[in-house]
Design a protein around this ligand. Structure first.
Ligand SMILES: NC(=O)c1ccc[n+]([C@@H]2O[C@H](COP(=O)([O-])OP(=O)(O)OC[C@H]3O[C@@H](n4cnc5c(N)ncnc54)[C@H](O)[C@@H]3O)[C@@H](O)[C@H]2O)c1
Length: 374
């Protein structure tokens, strides 16, 4: 069988990790790339061996060889470019957050269904091998009945990891292109996703979402307008779950003078899950702050360390990309489906709404919420 031909659209910062799952993949090949910036697209194609280079998405959609588009573009383009790809009969992988609103999610889900193509919401954290191992242990009852999850996100200063262009941050600072703050709405989408992965669907959510301007970090746009960079931290989000007597907390800090040990972004995660019989700690994902095994179990009065897991953040990308190719090949649902991606987005929107209202919000009430209308 010939390989599934993929076009990666948006050769920016994260493309370097999304592409890894196509390398040495027996079922897929990176056939084409597309970016508005021709030089960037050409350089990316040369580095990763893509045959074709596009700068106009309309031409990608007209290329009959392309079966899959992997969308790695700013959030305000996710809905429109997904729908266009579906209408052109292409399978779509779209980066998280799936869209800016639930209305957009519904349009995307409808477009994929109508066209009979697969829609994957590319949320890689749930593929991070220590999380996958922890989930299997929980499902086997190793820590008993789940009680609570604590997700801690530290953001700070990057000295060891990626150089990230101010252009990559700039569109995230404006709601019209990002849909919300970088740490809660954007990166937070991963954390709402893992919360749901471990604990099931959320019920009621309460949140404090802070804002800290990044002193002296101002971006000048081409039209001369200036954007003050900021972090939506410190923030704390708490929730109850629909199943069981369970709850969770997601706590975000940005420490302006603290270097984060990392190969990637200047952030790191720690997850602690408590059950009726034990506790699981999963340290690291994006960064490398704690120099301890990434998965530790406490049970029956002693700790067990899991030392031999694949635990580079890039592993989660490789496995997520491969999941989509396998989903197409075997005609199964990808992880996450459009419907799942919508639930994750709803969770984050409920947190943001709760912070605005300064009171708890039922996550499902967001189904009826129209921004600006109520
Ligand atoms: N899974 C993760 O951990 C993770 C991490 C970072 C970013 N992301 C997601 O990936 C996406 C891209 O983020 P990024 O940080 O790489 O952004 P970026 O700004 O670095 O790259 C975006 C690229 O898209 C290109 N582009 C914009 N409009 C286009 C169009 N119409 N046609 C073709 N190309 C176009 C830009 O020129 C740019 O090269 C976002 O959805 C973001 O949320 C996910």
């Amino acid at each position: 069988m010939s390989k599934i031909k993929v076009c990666l659209v948006g050769c920016g910062r994260i493309a370097t990790l999304n592409v890894l799952g196509y390398k040495d993949n027996p079922d897929a090949e990176l056939y084409a790339v597309c970016d508005l910036n021709r030089e960037r697209a050409q350089a990316f194609a040369a580095e990763h061996g893509a045959t074709k280079v596009y700068c106009d998405y309309a031409e990608v959609l007209q290329d009959p060889e392309i079966q899959v588009v992997d969308l790695l573009v700013p959030h305000h383009l996710h809905c429109k470019m997904t729908v266009q790809a579906c209408e052109a009969g292409k399978h779509v992988s779209v980066q998280k957050p799936m869209a800016m609103s639930l209305e957009e999610c519904d349009i995307m889900i409808g477009a994929a269904k109508k066209a009979g193509v697969k829609l994957k919401v590319y949320e890689n954290f749930i593929f991070y091998p220590p999380y996958v191992k922890a989930k299997a242990m929980i499902d086997q009852g190793v820590i008993g009945d789940l009680q609570s999850i604590r997700i801690k996100m530290n953001a700070g200063v990057n000295k060891s990891g990626w150089k990230v262009s101010p252009d990559t941050w700039a569109w995230r600072m404006e709601e019209s292109t990002s849909g919300g703050g970088e740490l809660v709405f954007d990166d937070g989408n991963h954390k709402f996703s893992i919360a749901r992965y471990f604990m099931g669907e959320p019920d009621s959510v309460f949140a404090f979402i802070g804002r800290t301007d990044m002193e002296g970090v101002v971006y000048e746009k081409k039209d001369g307008t200036k954007i003050q960079f900021y972090q939506d931290a410190p923030s704390v989000i708490t929730w109850t779950c629909k199943d069981g007597n369970r709850c969770g907390v997601f706590d975000i800090s940005w420490s302006k003078d603290m270097e984060i040990h990392t190969d990637y972004y200047a952030c790191d995660e720690r997850v602690e899950i408590t059950g009726s019989k034990g506790v699981i700690w999963i340290t690291r994902c994006t960064g490398k702050m704690l120099q301890v095994p990434t998965l530790i179990l406490y049970k029956d009065g002693s700790t067990t360390e899991y030392n031999n897991l694949r635990d580079d953040w890039a592993d989660s990308f490789i496995d997520s990309t491969r999941d989509f190719i396998e989903a197409i090949k075997n005609d199964r649902d990808p992880v996450l489906t459009g419907e799942d991606g919508r639930e994750v987005l709803k969770f984050s929107l409920a947190a943001i709404r709760a912070a605005e209202l300064k009171r708890p919000v039922e996550v499902d009430s967001m189904d009826d919420y129209k921004k600006g209308a109520n």
